[in-house]
Design a protein around this ligand. Structure first.
Ligand code: HEC
Ligand code: HEC
Length: 192
C-alpha cells in the first residue's frame, strides 16, 4: 500500500515538473544564474583563473561555447558544462553578457611590464584585440582587465598547442620572446 502511494507521488511530481518546463522556457537571466558562481553575478569573474564574460561580444561567447562543446578548445570545466546547453540557450546568454559593462579588476601588476606591453600591443595585437583589448574584432574575446593568471594559462595552452591559435595571431605571437608576451598580458590586465 505504501509502495503504491509512493509511486503515485513520484508520477505526479514528474508531471508537475514537465508541465512547468513547458509553461515557461527559462529566460537568459535564469540560464546565466548557472554561470554566476564562477563568472560572477554581472559577468565579472569570481576569481583569477576564470574569465569575465561581461562586455564580451555575442560572437566571441558563442564561438567559445561551440569550441568547448566540440572539444576543440581545452578546458578544466567548460567542456563538460557547454554540452548541457542548446545553441539557442547559448545565444540568449551571450546576448545578455554582451550587454553588460566590462568588469574592472584590481590586480597587482608590474609597471615596467605594463609599459613595455603598451608599446607592443597596437602593432602586434591591436588588429583584433581592439580598443586596448576592451573590444574584440568578430569572435575575438575582450581582454581588458581580464585576470592575469587566466590569460597566462590560456597563453600557455596556445604555446603548447593544446588550444589552437588563430593563424593570424600565431604569426604575431610566434616570433615574440617570452618576456614580450608576458609584458603584453600585464598590459591587458591593467586596462581600465
Ligand atoms: C565551475 C565554474 C564555471 C561555471 C559554473 C561556468 N564557467 Fe565558464 N569558464 C570557467 C573556467 C575555469 C573557464 C576557463 C576555461 C576552462 O578552464 O574550462 C571558463 C571559460 C568560459 C568562456 C571563455 C571566455 C573567454 O574569454 O575565452 C566562456 C564563453 C564561458 N566560460 C561561458 C560560460 C557560461 C555561459 C556559463 C554558464 C552556462 C559558464 N561559463 C559557467 C568556469 C566556469
Ligand atoms: C588576427 C587576429 C588576432 C591577433 C593579431 C591577435 N589575436 Fe589574440 N585572439 C584572437 C582570437 C580570434 C582569439 C580567440 C581564438 C580562439 O577561439 O581560441 C584570441 C584569443 C587570445 C587570448 C585568449 C583570451 C581568452 O579570453 O580566451 C589571448 C591571451 C590572446 N589572444 C593574446 C594575444 C596577443 C598577446 C596578441 C598579440 C601578440 C594577439 N592575441 C594577437 C585574435 C587575434
Amino acid at each position: 500500500m505504501i509502495m503504491k502511494w509512493r509511486g503515485w507521488a513520484l508520477a505526479t511530481g514528474v508531471l508537475a515538473v514537465s508541465a512547468m518546463a513547458q509553461a515557461a522556457p527559462p529566460t537568459a537571466a535564469m540560464l546565466s544564474n548557472a554561470c554566476a558562481g564562477c563568472h560572477g553575478t554581472n559577468g565579472g569573474s569570481a576569481g583569477p583563473t576564470m574569465p569575465s564574460l561581461a562586455g564580451q561580444s555575442k560572437e566571441a561567447i558563442e564561438v567559445a561555447m561551440k569550441k568547448f562543446k566540440s572539444g576543440e578548445r581545452p578546458g578544466t570545466i567548460m567542456g563538460r558544462l557547454a554540452k548541457g546547453y542548446s545553441e539557442a540557450e547559448v545565444t540568449a546568454m551571450a546576448e545578455l553578457f554582451s550587454k553588460q559593462k566590462l568588469h574592472i579588476t584590481t590586480q597587482t601588476l608590474d609597471k615596467a611590464k605594463i609599459a613595455k606591453g603598451a608599446s607592443l600591443q597596437e602593432s602586434n595585437c591591436g588588429r583584433c584585440h581592439i580598443e586596448d583589448g576592451k573590444e574584440g574584432k568578430d569572435d575575438t574575446p575582450a581582454m581588458a582587465s581580464q585576470w592575469l593568471p587566466y590569460m597566462q594559462m590560456q597563453m600557455a595552452d596556445y604555446l603548447s598547442g593544446k588550444r589552437k591559435m588563430p593563424e593570424k595571431m600565431k604569426e604575431k605571437v610566434d616570433p615574440m620572446s617570452k618576456e614580450d608576451i608576458e609584458a603584453l598580458l600585464h598590459f591587458y590586465a591593467s586596462v581600465k
